[in-house]
Design a protein around this ligand. Sequence first.
Ligand SMILES: NC(=O)c1ccc[n+]([C@@H]2O[C@H](COP(=O)([O-])OP(=O)(O)OC[C@H]3O[C@@H](n4cnc5c(N)ncnc54)[C@H](O)[C@@H]3O)[C@@H](O)[C@H]2O)c1
Length: 317
Amino acid sequence: MKKRIVGVVGLGHVGAHVAFVLGMRGAADVVKLCDINEQKAVSERQDLMDAVMFMPHRVEYVPAAYEELGDCDIIINAMGKVALCATGSRDDEMGFTVPGVAGYISKIMAGGFNGCFINITNPCDVITNLIQRLSGLPARKVIGTGTGLDSSRLISAISQQTGLDHHSFSAFMFGEHGNSQMTPWSVVTFAGQPYLEIAEHDERFRFDRKELQERAIKGGWVTFVGKQCTEYGIASTGVRIAEAVLHDEQVIMAASVKLDGQYGESGIYCGVPAVIGAGGVERIMEYTLTPEELKEFHGCCDKIRANIEKADALLKK
Ligand SMILES: NC(=O)c1ccc[n+]([C@@H]2O[C@H](COP(=O)([O-])OP(=O)(O)OC[C@H]3O[C@@H](n4cnc5c(N)ncnc54)[C@H](O)[C@@H]3O)[C@@H](O)[C@H]2O)c1
């Protein structure tokens, strides 16, 4: 039987939690642990192996160099230096993450890697774009967690507001995993019923939309202020995408994907709902947004595009 092998690059707050969630959800049989700090990989491995007894299936955790990740089905990229985000902008990590990622993608590819990359490293849409270009993999095999985490924050906020379970409605954040993202309320539905229709006759749904959107955009900073990192939400988002690929789920979820004409945008990675399955991004969902929503979405894309240019300038230095 083919083993499900997942590599994790960068074993800080996020990567270590990704490795743990992969085991606790029974998502992988082998998890390869890679960090520039080799002792960190050895120490995380020991701690994780001590937890295997309590995981649903046996998992083998192994330290690995970049070149040893070639046989992975999926590599989850979580390198970084999160302390640089203390300014309140994920963009401020770019000076570290752009050259960092550019330094090892070719080493991973030299090991023969041909699976899917799932990128978490910030600024997420920019780094996902970089990984796709440097790896030469088709765009569908390189996915960013993007607004997957922010959509989860939005769903949590709506659930708290309405008292309804997270799974009884559908809502997404579109745009940048950063300050430039938006909620298209016209695509929010409750068991098939459009939100905007329900809000007309049910006062529980006449909530302050702007405030809920702010909670989705700024939730990460509430977490960051007290623990100087975020862990559970992002680790769960990354592993959820990995499961969708490993089980060929064909699930619709928000992620950073390369737009190719959808919503009138092309050539950039951006958070929108997409179908995720064994091939990676199987299809990008294209909803009919209102003209105001579409305008706001283009503004988010412009912000990502400008950041990609900044990343390119950093690479040329
Ligand atoms: N996309 C999202 O929704 C989201 C959410 C949370 C965090 N993040 C991002 O994830 C990244 C990791 O966050 P964190 O809190 O774990 O950061 P962290 O600073 O705690 O850890 C980063 C880890 O990366 C390792 N590393 C650095 N350079 C490396 C390299 N060249 N090769 C391999 N490993 C390397 C470090 O040794 C460290 O273990 C950051 O970029 C952070 O901003 C993204």
